[in-house]
Design a protein around this ligand. Sequence first.
Ligand code: F6P
Length: 545
Amino acid sequence: MREVEVGRPTELPVFEALRRHREEIGARHLRELFREDPDRGGRHTAEAAGIYLDYSKNRIVDETLRLLVAFAEGMGLRERIEAMFRGEPINETERRPVLHVALRAPRGERIVVDGRDVVAEVHHVRARMEAFAEALRAGEVRGHTGRPLRNLVHIGIGGSELGPRMVCEALRPLARDDLRIRFVANLDAFDFAEAVRGLDPEETLFLVCSKTFTTLETLTNARTAREWLLARCREPAAVAHHFAAVSGNRAEAERFGIPAERIFEIWDFVGGRFSVDSAIGLSVVVAVGAAAWADFLGGLRAMDEHFREAPFERNLPVLLALISIWYSVFFGAETRAVLPYSQALARLPAFLQQLEMESDGKGVDRAGRPVTWPTAPVVFGEPGTNGQHAFFQLLHQGTHLVPCDFIVPCRGPYPIAPHQDLLVANGLAQAEALAFGRTPDEVAAEGVPPELVSHRSFPGNRPSNTLMLDEVSPRSLGALIALYEHRVMAEGTLLAINSFDQWGVELGKRLAGTLAEDIRAARPAGRDSSTRTLLARYLERRRRT
Ligand code: F6P
């Protein structure tokens, strides 16, 4: 790898200014900030691509924003955004460009990498995948015995599963009833067995999604799927009718038995966790059709344009990234909660966990030097209102500072009164309670017995963003995903890290390979006494059962 020059955030003069500013702000309560500036709820807002962001319930004032924007400029965020869109190899450790934005670029736009027009390649694959999906929806794709394929089992893991599964779930109200789509990710046979339960192999298509086509979980599940199919169909030729793949490794996919015309390309310049709008999203196209897919891509594209062009002060992904590092770097917040008030977005937190934590959970900067500042927070979440009855107690009265993202669609897909009004009321109420709390005086004034006053008081001053959308549509969902993709990129840039590699997943994979060998040989080996003892116990238990 060529030597990378990257500034260290802590060495920027504005970093020190932010640290001093944090001391002043640290002593101030959101109650006070709203008292002083009663209009901040309407002022600290920004809107783009159908998403309205209210960031007024954060521990910031105008000066904070001014300093944070100066910090972003100092870290070269503007230049890095441009470098990404131009296709420069900003993923330095893997020497690759980062071009998920090419996946939603309109036909005719040119992004040239090593002499190839990648947008043209993207559109070529998109046309193939849409044609295949539409044929499947029309019942024109038939299995080995001539029956139409009506079940799609998507096999993949990580970025090759979380995105399409989340989007399929979110857009389920638009999906057809006569096509069943299921997902298999886990190595645990439970996942495969439950996914195919009740399915007729003669009517089932397996879509094997793996950029590398070497991932242990996906290949193990794909082989099991092949056996499951052949147990019914008997003839090996059936595999070609019942399998398709999305992969960057055509040779391995073909070796598995998948015909060339059933393999849809994904490229090195698209990272797994940024690939939901590549052919990895084929199951989404099957679920909702090519027209809705085009709307989804349109939403992503609208947010791309906003990210590239809007000034940082009004730029949604940049604002979210700045606010995030304000808490993680300057307040020591180690977590962040994402709270969609929408059952459709139930799997968004899981998707964002990979997107944010695999991207920005790094310990060295882009030049390979250890960081001396915190990187990505731990991201967790649940849809509202379920989370309220689970972990919100800690958010309100616990000892951790947990900045929250509330995501609130105004309309649900099923207009059954009074659900939506109650749902929105709850989301807004939680953000309000977190920000303003309830003082001991207020509690006592309500007649609460003195011994319970401290228990029933709420400190408040707990920050949140609220993202409001009209509804969860293909377009708004696309915009929301691109918003988070770009937030991750901006945050990585501010932290001087490479958001696009994931070396931290390698060691565990290697050790699992060695241990699997030991298990196969029934050899209680292992490099340490804990692993050795556990392995011996497993082998002994396995022998007994
Ligand atoms: O193990 C992590 C990872 O490499 C992710 O980054 C990726 O999304 C996932 O595995 C799946 O990889 P593949 O698509 O190559 O099977």
